[in-house]
Structure formats: C-alpha cells, structure tokens
Ligand binder design. Structure first.
Ligand code: NDP
Length: 257
C-alpha cells in the first residue's frame, strides 16, 4: 500500500456514523493529510463534539459547512475546499449524510419524498459533480495502478432497505418508504457513476453499515457505531476496481440490489 498521505471528505460528520468515521480516520488512517468534516451547522450545538475533535487534531481536521440538500451550499463548500487544496487533488469522498422519516406508501407525503431525494440522492450527485475536478487531479497525480480509495474514490453509505430483493422480508418491520426509495435511487446513481468515471480511474462504490445504534438506527439496533465504522473502514481500505459499482456491507459481504 502506498504511504502517500490521503485527503478525505465526509458528509454528515457531526454525529452518528459520520462523527465516528472522523474519529477513527484521524486515529487509524496513516498517513492522512487532511480530513474535511462537513456538517450543515458547524457553529450549532449539534456540532460541538466534532468541533472538540477538530480542536484536538487541528492540523488534520477541517470543519466545513455543507448542507448536502442544497446544491449551492455543496458548490460553496467545494470552492472552499479547492482553495485549501491548491493544485493538489483529493482522494476520497464518503457520502454519509442522509435522512429517514417513518412512513408507509399510504401516508408518505410528496414533501417527505422530495426532502429525501434532496438529501439522499441529489446530495451525493452534487458532491460528485462539484468535487470531480479534485478527484480527477488526484487520480492523475497518483502513481498507483488500478483503482483504490487511496487514489480517487466516492464511497456512498447506502442501506439494505434500498434493496428491492430484500423488501418482502423486511418491509413489515421497517417501512420508511421515502428512505427505501431514495437508497434504491442512490444505488442506481452510483452504478451509473461507476461506469461513467471508470475512464478517470475514480472508484464509485456503496456500503451498508449494518443496523447501528445511532439517532437513525435507534436503540434496538444490533451494532455500536465503533464496530460498524471499524468494519466499514477495513472494507473501504481494501476496495479495488473489483468493487467499482458494487454494494457491500461493513463485513465485506455483497448485498443484492
Ligand atoms: P444519523 O441520523 O445519526 O446522522 C445523520 C447525519 O446526516 C447527521 O450528521 C446529520 O446532520 C446529517 N445530515 C442529514 N441531512 C443533512 C443535510 N441536508 N446536510 C448535511 N448533513 C445532513 O444517521 P446515521 O449516522 O445512523 O447514518 C449515517 C448513514 O448510514 C446514512 O447514510 C444512513 O442512511 C446510513 N445507514 C444507517 C443505518 C443505521 O442503522 N444507523 C443503517 C443503514 C444505513 P444534522 O445533525 O445536521 O441533522
């Protein structure tokens, strides 16, 4: 594995799995040149834990304001990140931010569906679009053969709830229709991006974190965030061109669409 320092950007980095990823990345990913930890309200109470972590690792963690549901906010963040990068590229984006509202087909509103699309699908799409020049630069600057997350990659946090094949067995227990629909759409977005960006040697992949005790996963979930993130980072670190356009879980098991 190359020892060239890598640069990473994580969305929804102020709580839940995003915050745990920031924690574990600064502790274990070596060498790490910069970690852009994005959240929509860096000065608010929900970002206090992230700000405290950033203070401890002030040479590595840069907290960036980004509302992933707002394409103009994503654009502004990309400009800010670009000015910090100079002529250097940028290796890895982790599209982690997402929302989930519990509703079934009968009571989901158009507004619920629109909000989920804005955050869970248009957000990751805007990030790919705005950060593509930096990913391309990183891929060109890299001397590593093939594809990897140390070269240039977009890893997207998806869910088994987006799997159409799994729906008959899981729907009665967990409806969340707009969430399911938008995670399935995210899977397709990334399957398309994986084909489109292959020529640039940019790896595009999806990962399911398991069912995790966070605000979204709830208290009855099966895993704690540290275990899930440890697994996801191992999977992310071992991704190659074989994983371009695929969906795996935090243990590296492949998940049917
Ligand atoms: P949480 O609800 O705990 O955290 C969600 C994060 O996303 C928060 O940081 C939140 O920020 C951020 N976010 C939401 N909307 C926006 C936005 N418009 N702009 C910027 N940030 C935003 O969720 P988890 O940590 O559990 O989930 C992380 C990822 O894992 C998601 O993609 C989720 O779908 C996926 N996942 C989670 C599972 C679980 O069991 N927990 C299972 C399967 C998948 P803010 O504080 O500002 O709201």
């Amino acid at each position: 594995m190359s020892s060239k320092p890598i640069s990473v950007l994580i969305t929804g980095a102020n709580r839940g799995l995003g915050l745990e990823m920031v924690k574990q990345m600064v502790e274990t990913q070596r060498p790490l040149s910069v970690l852009f930890a994005c959240c929509r309200d860096p000065d608010g109470p929900r970002a206090e834990a992230l700000q405290a972590l950033a203070k401890t690792h002030k040479d590595t963690i840069k907290v960036v304001r980004m509302d992933t549901a707002d394409p103009s906010s994503v654009k502004q963040s990309a400009q800010q990140v670009g000015s910090l990068l100079g002529d250097k590229g940028f290796n890895l984006i982790i599209n982690n931010a997402a929302i989930l509202v519990h509703s079934n087909v009968a009571n989901s509103t158009p507004e619920d569906m629109t909000n989920h699309f804005n955050t869970n699908v248009i957000g990751p799409m805007s990030l790919i679009q705005e950060f593509l020049p930096y990913l391309r630069t990183a891929a060109k600057q890299s001397e590593m053969p093939g594809m990897s997350c140390r070269k240039a990659a977009v890893v997207n946090v998806s869910s088994t709830l987006g799997s159409i094949q799994h729906t008959p067995e899981s729907y009665e227990h967990f409806m969340a229709v707009p969430y399911r629909v938008t995670k399935a759409a995210l899977n397709m977005l990334i399957a398309c991006a994986a084909v489109e960006l292959q020529k640039d040697q940019i790896l595009c992949s999806l990962i399911h974190p398991g069912w995790v005790r966070t605000d979204m996963g709830g208290a009855n979930a099966l895993l704690d965030a540290p275990e899930s993130v440890q697994g996801m980072l191992q999977v992310i670190n071992s991704m190659t061109e074989k994983h371009n356009g695929t969906l795996q879980d935090y243990q590296g098991q492949s998940i049917p669409w």
